[in-house]
Design a binder for this molecule. Sequence first.
Ligand code: GCV
Length: 646
Amino acid sequence: MYSKLWLNYEAKENGAIVISEGFDTSKPVYINAVKELLNAGILSESTIRIVKACDESLGEEGYILSNENGDYIIKANTEKAVIYGSFRLINLLRCGEKLSVSKKEIPANPLRMLNHWDNMDGSIERGYSGSSFFFENNDVVINRRTEEYARFVASVGYNGIVINNVNVKQAACDLINDRFIDKVKALSELFDSYGVKLYLSLNYAAPIEDPAVASADPLDEKVIAWWEEKMKYIYSKIPGFAGFLVKADSEGRPGPFTYGRNQAEGANMLARAIKPYGGVIIWRCFVYNCRQDWRDLKTDRARAAYDYFHNLDGLFEENVVLQIKNGPMDFQVREPVTPLFGGMEKTNQMIEFQIAQEYTGQQRHICYLIPWFKEVLSFETYAKNAIGNGTTVKDIVSGRTYKRPMAGMCAVTNTGNDYNWTGHDLAAANLYGFGRLCFDPELSAEDIAKEWIALTFGSNEKVVNNILKMLMMSWPAYEKYNAPLGIGWMVAPHEHYGPDPDGYEYSMWGTYHKANHETIGLERNSTGTGYAGLYNEPWASCYEKVETTPDELMLFFHKMPYTHVLKSGKTIIQHIYDTHFEGAEDVEVMNSLWQELKGLVPEDSFERVNGRLEHQLYHSKEWRDVINSYFYRKTLIPDEKGRELY
Ligand code: GCV
């Protein structure tokens, strides 16, 4: 059993008439599009004309939707675009749109992907919504739920998914071998029939297991030949296969560094092997030393991606895309935008976000992440030598700035086999919202949320208003009661859940806050690790000095006394106390807003969210009290409002 999420309408014959003009109506993706149109209650007795557009500006995935004298028209160049257009038409009408003016929509990002971190035993790394629906007992699962999932992702315009964890181990290594290849093919065809390309994560070290090769050196002829053979085999089985995502030289995963080679040499070896078949290698930049000595004051994990990749600009094959995490650390509730965006002009790049709420409440706390992602995407990189329009992160990752053909956005996804797919019913707003944001990064976080609420819970004004408020206040609230001012990492090690201010302080992971009784934070300017200088001007100068560093990133960039007065007019210590009290109060507000919806949203959903809110009420106070008491004990500076500290 599973919920229908935002596609929660009864699928039944609706008496609609679909007229096709110029399309190959036998293509599975086209058949599925028509099926959706014929099943959507909102199109009951309507006439829908699907017309070949022959309009270059629409590309392969754009469409125009219009209403001509009561008939709905979908114009597109390809069958694949028809499925995006069909879902969009249904969703727009369900949101009350009349289409009195036609809508032309072309996705801003060529790649719009979800990354699953699903393991073949059914577990999910950083999964908070049950177990995998792709894998179980070291086998591949294909059933009705898989198809339902394909519908969800297509319905918001995603066009790619990676189904297995980037940490490729054990049985997952066999996804590209006889043992599972036919099932991967079946999955690939299923997703293709919804306009979504299937990718796999790849074990870079696979040829080591072959005694005749016993190496993964990217310049070794035997290794090169091994991969050429392997790609030939894969494409003989799955001709439409999209390509691979690779995590190499990271957190114990092997990579080219083992052989004294650089990241481009590793990526290019695979890229050349897959090139004859039109495949893509998506190569992650999450490369850093995870065995750092905490006593070492020079190494700065924040620099790693930039230091390893910036100098390789222009050396990657055309079918390599670098996948770069939004920040220099690891999906914290607040961190700066990585300087790698804006640091490479001749390399395909895409951005990696995380909607699995690893560090943002693990789908037990409400945390609508789209406002945060919008901030990141709007960051001005001041990239040099742009040949296209715009140099914000969204311009760069969409390929516009340097006219790169392969580019885009992806997120580590938040789904599992829980009834509601995302653990928390409201976390589905991130799954929906991220897809919409990939398609059109100009959409506002509010508008995306409103669409999702209307499609999921209906358009009752109170329901829309209250849930909208809850969602929009949730990420700021989480930031308030979490680690302060961009410092991050005050979480319990390994699970990454719950407050533990010194949990990572004396570990090897390179994630330190260095709090003592007078100061906290790291000097990342020219007097420290030099990280600030990796940005283009004027950011380098801005982050260099305390006076120009934004409050919210103060402790990320500078070692500061607790008594320093921020731009807000508050001392750092008072800021910490105030935000932590406010954050927990915000959860009280969210809870009251939800309580007002009893009887207005489905009872089961009401109860599930209630249960999670009960926990969030308790847990936000736990965060508040642990963090505030930690700093009170370090500094012995009392709260100027006299509230209780422990
Ligand atoms: C898949 C973080 C997570 C790991 C994850 C890694 C990555 O370190 O905690 O679970 O591994 O990021 O992005 O590769």
